[in-house]
Design a protein around this ligand. Structure first.
Ligand SMILES: Cc1ncc(COP(=O)(O)O)c(C=O)c1O
Length: 402
């Protein structure tokens, strides 16, 4: 048998990600009430409209030929123009030339990592942060440091003192962060921009859940605020990552990056080397579906997920023992739970599945140094209120026993 490990590149040692596959496997088991996978409810997908769009495109010979052909890496011109226009909702003024269509925002994270990170360079992320971002960035062998946020008191000084080590960028999810559910208010966003301005580093703004706000008023995107400071997007130092995964359906694998044109052009070349382009036909279908259904789906989905969030928060209040705390998200899919110091949520997960048939994601997966072992992530997106009540009651039993 070949020892494949011996042949892999050095970076392979840092490329984890088994957690994600395990989570999806877990979420699929019918006997487990899973709060693990942060995925949308498929009953909300606009399946009829998607089918009609495929039919219409394939029935028109010229459109069908184009839809089944190779295309440019930047993305479908019509779709880029629609995304540019829709970014106006977030306060961003841009044109199609500022938009790169990507294979979901997951690919956006990968190509950003590929373009910006050399081995050993520092990037700034939250503690915790999105595990898919760590998975994407890990391949480029960065060092991770903590991005200053509301919970930390780091300033620019300590980074400025170590000039050769200047971070390459900061990665942030300003609304309904995965995994914490936390949202930055406008003042916190302004402080983050101050920090990035002082250090002269770009920020990567990842905002996949923005259409799923259940309460409170939206703040402008960081990119919008940065563009206002810089008097236009071309001088702004933020790259915005968006996606149709939560507003339409993740199976399309369509996301986008918005930023200054020179960076967008470079990223398009990086993307081209990896997969040439996003599926042409999927982009054409999305262009027919998105203008009507992005707003319609948001209206349909919000009350459903709001009720599920409320059920989860109610159940946590009713069942969790003292010493357990959790976040109360204004939107998105996630609640972040902190258990007493010394609890090991990876061990807890084994017991929760075996004894109580409930699943969640242990906190360590969201920390670059695999700390956070007394924390866990719950997703409420897939479970109806009755099952959530049942699942949280069972989970609370396991927590109490631990
Ligand atoms: C914060 C964050 N970024 C990016 C992604 C990837 O999404 P996409 O389906 O667009 O690749 C997710 C998906 O869960 C996410 O939570």
């Amino acid at each position: 048998m070949t020892d494949w490990q011996a042949h892999y590149a050095r970076r392979a040692g840092r490329m984890g990600g088994a957690e994600v596959s395990e989570l999806l496997a877990l979420a699929g088991r019918p006997d487990v009430i899973s709060f693990a996978g942060g995925i949308p409810d498929p009953s909300l997908f606009p399946t009829g409209a998607i089918r009609a769009a495929f039919d219409a495109i394939l029935a028109a010979p010229r459109e069908a030929a184009e839809a089944l052909q190779y295309a440019v890496p930047e993305g479908d011109a019509g779709l880029r123009a629609w995304i540019a226009e829709d970014m106006g909702r977030r306060g961003v003024r841009c044109t199609a030339a500022n938009v790169l269509v990507t294979s979901g925002s997951q690919q956006a994270l990968d190509i950003v990592g590929k373009l910006f990170i050399s081995p050993g360079e520092t990037i700034l992320v939250g503690r915790p942060t999105f595990l898919g971002a760590l998975q994407a960035f890990d391949a480029y062998e960065p060092r991770y440091e903590e991005l200053p946020g509301p919970g930390s008191n780091r300033g620019t000084a300590e980074f400025e003192l170590r000039a050769p080590d200047k971070p390459k960028f900061g990665y942030v999810m300003p609304e309904f962060e995965n995994p914490t559910g936390r949202t930055l208010d406008e003042a916190a966003r302004a402080r983050l921009l101050d920090f990035a301005d002082a250090l002269d580093i770009p920020l990567i703004e990842d905002s996949p859940y923005e259409t799923l706000r259940y309460e409170g008023a939206a703040s402008p995107a960081l990119l919008a605020m940065a563009a206002e400071r810089a008097e236009g997007i071309e001088a702004a130092r933020v790259l915005y990552l968006g996606t149709f995964s939560k507003s339409i359906a993740p199976g399309f694998r369509i996301g986008w990056i918005v930023g200054p044109q020179p960076v967008i052009r470079r990223l398009a070349l990086v993307k081209q080397a990896s997969d040439i382009q996003v599926s042409t036909i999927n982009q054409k279908v999305m262009l027919r579906v998105a203008p009507e259904f992005v707003p319609v789906q948001a209206e349909r989905a919000r009350p459903v997920y709001r009720a599920r969030r409320d059920a989860m928060l109610r159940a946590l209040r009713a069942h969790m023992p003292p010493g357990v705390t959790w976040t109360e998200p204004e939107g998105g899919f996630f609640v972040w739970v902190t258990l007493p110091e010394g609890t090991d949520t990876a061990a807890l997960l084994k017991r929760a599945i075996a004894d109580a048939r409930v699943g969640f994601v242990p906190g360590a997966a969201f920390f670059p140094d695999r700390s956070g072992s007394n924390m866990l992530r719950l997703s409420f997106s897939l479970t109806d209120p009755t099952r959530t009540e049942e699942g949280i009651a069972r989970l609370a039993e396991v927590v109490r026993a631990a």
